[in-house]
Design a protein. Sequence first.
Length: 259
Amino acid sequence: MLLAVDVGNTQTHFGAFRGSELVEHWRFATVRESTGDELGAALQSLLELRGLGFGDLTAAIVSSTVPALGEEWRRAGELYLGHEPLVVGPGMKTGMALRYDNPREIGADRLVNAVAAYERFGGACVVVDFGTAITFDPVSEQGEYLGGLIAPGVEISLEALTERAAKLPKVDLAEPRELIGKSTVEALRSGVIFGFAGLVDGILSRLRVELGDDLQVIATGGQAHVIVPSCNEVEEIDDLLTLTGLRLIDERNRSDADD
């Protein structure tokens, strides 16, 4: 089986694939100071909960937005899996042309998402990833990564607001009961949910003008289920998009090595 690991700034999401089938997947909080030994121990514990072990994993691939953790996952693979994982980065075969001034600046997760989206739609598309930041990554009709847009994420924006405004309480994000809040908590929820939905719809409307009305849109990331129901421009959510992209990139690189 293939171990696919997506290390985000807030959460780490990883799964085990048997061929194209995702057998299991897990999430845990990203701890930037984690060592390869700690990651190996956490991986072992979660595998055992599903009746799996290190011996079931014959290959691994890692995408990390935290460079130090990419190296620690590489070390964990060497120590506990018996093989060095592929780490998404410059020079890796993705099957996608990069129309970016400096491709080394592209976040690994953004590129992986773009690969998965184009594989699904086979035409012009854009991924909206609701993570620590909200990122928009458009792909051309010909399968070229065109660049992107980056906006502040939902949680960090809300945290900054409540930290700087002493009278505003911290709130759990939930669907507002109505547009106009009748309490401070409800007013915050409406402002955040509908505000970010408007941001997303506004950017996607501009992208449709530039790339065409046939542009397919897919969302992923931890806050997608909170914001997308209030959006008009997003067709679907796929929580497993990044893991799928990692599987595809692994296949392309291993088949290339076999050749």
